[in-house]
Ligand binder design. Structure first.
Ligand SMILES: Cc1cc2nc3c(=O)[nH]c(=O)nc-3n(C[C@H](O)[C@H](O)[C@H](O)COP(=O)(O)OP(=O)(O)OC[C@H]3O[C@@H](n4cnc5c(N)ncnc54)[C@H](O)[C@@H]3O)c2cc1C
Length: 466
């Protein structure tokens, strides 16, 4: 086997001998795929079509033992290392240039214990995989609003979805993790075992190790009531003001989106998505008093909807392999000036595929104290997202610049960022990453120093050890 040149943690290039790679391949049950080998290009492809990175080696782990072998190989050779769960992360953190990528996507088993209301999930499933398994028993846990998102990355950075009003963040519903830390040890992290690691994994992203199993608390979730409701674009301000004024009294059963996007014929509209989890007669009253009266809708598509279908409602608007760029800000309130800026900027959007949205936080998320988990932004009420989407590489600069300009313009109203939408330190800068972790930063640095002193897990929203 030929030698392979690979990028090390410090950015320098090393040569891995053919014998060393052959020994690593022998140790793994799953395949180790090198550049040029069959399947390589498909394996390095992720949701965002803009990401075109080329790892030197891709380890397709087949189980926990493979994760240990790959972590030991990466550490002993000081290789730049990245981790792929669902591969859905906007900045493409899963894939690195020139190092080792651990691909967990083949580990997709989800086992449900309907009596204990627990799910035991490997790190590779998407929410599509996870939700169907749980809904077979009328159960669910808060997951992302797009079904092709991976459960692993989303959970580790917090996780917000249609059930969050009642049940909080996804990470608030994790009972235990099994994790391979940088020293190659398999640990359990729960309230009773390694509680500090358990704290860090609930919002600290991929900084602390490679999670091989998530144990989730499940909740009974039957037919939901909700869907999309559309308003004419010239009513956008009235819609956002009504939405904003309603949020403080929004009951836990209702979780929402409010945004701006274009219909397939190019018409700009304001739109809301409502997800009511509870008694339908009560839900109808809640929707009548909120989304149906913020202003006059042009299309009211709210009605009973299966939970798994609600989870797929915006899948098409976010389909894989287009080119994407997302900027995210957390806000404590939606100011009139912010609404004006967003509406004005949307009239100048370069691509008809791009959207803007507020995703609701608050309620169940806000009932957890900010220092109870690594996810600390518990007082923020919405995530303001500028979601640039296009298909032609020639449009990269213009579409990225649009999202950046919008995000810069609303900075006076922002209070940190949602860690799951934040990219590498080289792209974002340290201050942006610190703002994503908020007041929990110092404790996260301490724990990073303890569990990953060489910063093996750095191809993420990185918390550098001391
Ligand atoms: C269209 C779209 C919609 C979204 N909607 C939501 C939403 O509704 N709610 C929400 O909360 N977020 C949402 N997100 C953000 C989402 O949470 C992140 O993109 C998340 O990183 C996706 O997880 P993944 O496993 O697919 O990511 P990947 O790209 O596979 O991984 C991202 C990073 O997560 C870490 N990671 C992944 N797996 C592991 C593991 N097993 N162990 C350790 N670290 C790991 C690594 O650092 C990795 O680089 C959305 C993103 C997009 C693009």
């Amino acid at each position: 086997m030929a030698d392979v040149r690979a990028v090390k943690l410090d950015g320098s290039i090393s040569t891995l001998s053919g014998a060393k790679i052959a020994a690593f391949k022998k140790q793994m049950r799953g395949a180790v795929v090198l550049a040029g080998e069959q399947g390589y290009d498909q394996l390095r492809e992720v949701w965002n079509g803009q990401i075109d990175r080329k790892p030197a080696l891709i380890a397709r782990v087949a189980g926990e033992d493979d994760v240990v072998a790959a972590v030991n190989f990466a550490r002993d050779n000081e290789l730049l290392t990245s981790v792929r769960g669902g591969g859905h992360n906007m900045p493409g953190l899963a894939v690195n240039n020139g190092g080792l990528m651990l691909d967990l996507h083949g580990l997709r088993n989800v086992r449900v214990d309907p009596v204990a209301r627990r799910a035991y999930a490997e790190p590779g499933p998407t929410w599509f995989d996870f939700d169907y398994e749980c809904q077979a028993f009328g159960l669910a846990t808060p997951g992302g609003a797009v079904s092709h998102t991976g459960i692993a990355g989303l959970t580790l950075g917090g996780g917000v979805g249609w059930l969050s009003g009642r049940h909080g963040l996804t990470c608030d519903n994790v009972i235990s993790f099994r994790v391979v830390t940088a020293d190659g040890t398999v640990r359990t992290a729960s309230a009773d075992e390694n509680p500090d690691l358990y704290w860090a994994l609930r919002g600290g992203g991929g900084n602390f190790g490679i999670v091989t199993q998530f144990e989730y608390q499940l909740h009974p979730v039957g037919m939901m009531l909700g869907g999309m409701i559309l308003y004419p674009f010239d009513q956008a301000k009235a819609f956002f003001q009504g939405y904003r004024d309603y949020l403080p009294s929004c009951p836990d059963g209702l979780t929402t989106f409010g945004g701006l996007f274009k219909l397939p014929d190019g018409t700009s509209v304001a739109g809301g998505i409502a997800a009511w989890n509870g008694d339908h007669a009560e839900g109808q009253k809640v929707l009548d008093a909120s989304f149906r009266k913020f202003t006059t809708p042009m299309a009211d598509l709210l009605g009973p909807i299966r939970y798994c279908k609600l989870q797929q409602l915006i899948d098409q608007q976010t389909e894989p392999f287009r080119r994407y760029y997302v900027k995210s800000n957390l806000m404590r309130e939606i100011k009139d000036e912010c609404i004006d800026i967003l509406i004005d900027r949307y009239t100048k959007v370069p691509s008809p595929l791009s959207m803007m949205a507020f995703q609701q936080f608050g309620n169940g998320i806000g009932r957890v104290t900010p220092d109870a988990t690594a996810y600390g932004h518990r007082n923020e009420k919405v995530e303001q997202m500028t979601f640039s989407a296009w298909t032609d590489p020639a449009g990269d600069d213009e579409n990225r610049a649009w999202a950046r300009e919008v995000s810069d313009s609303v900075q006076p109203f922002a209070h940190g960022h949602y860690v799951n939408q934040v990219g590498l330190e080289s792209e974002e800068g340290v201050d942006h990453i610190k703002a994503a972790f908020g007041d929990n930063w110092e404790r996260l640095v301490e724990l990073k120093t303890q569990y990953d002193p060489m910063n093996l897990f750095r191809h993420n929203q990185n918390i550098r050890p001391k």
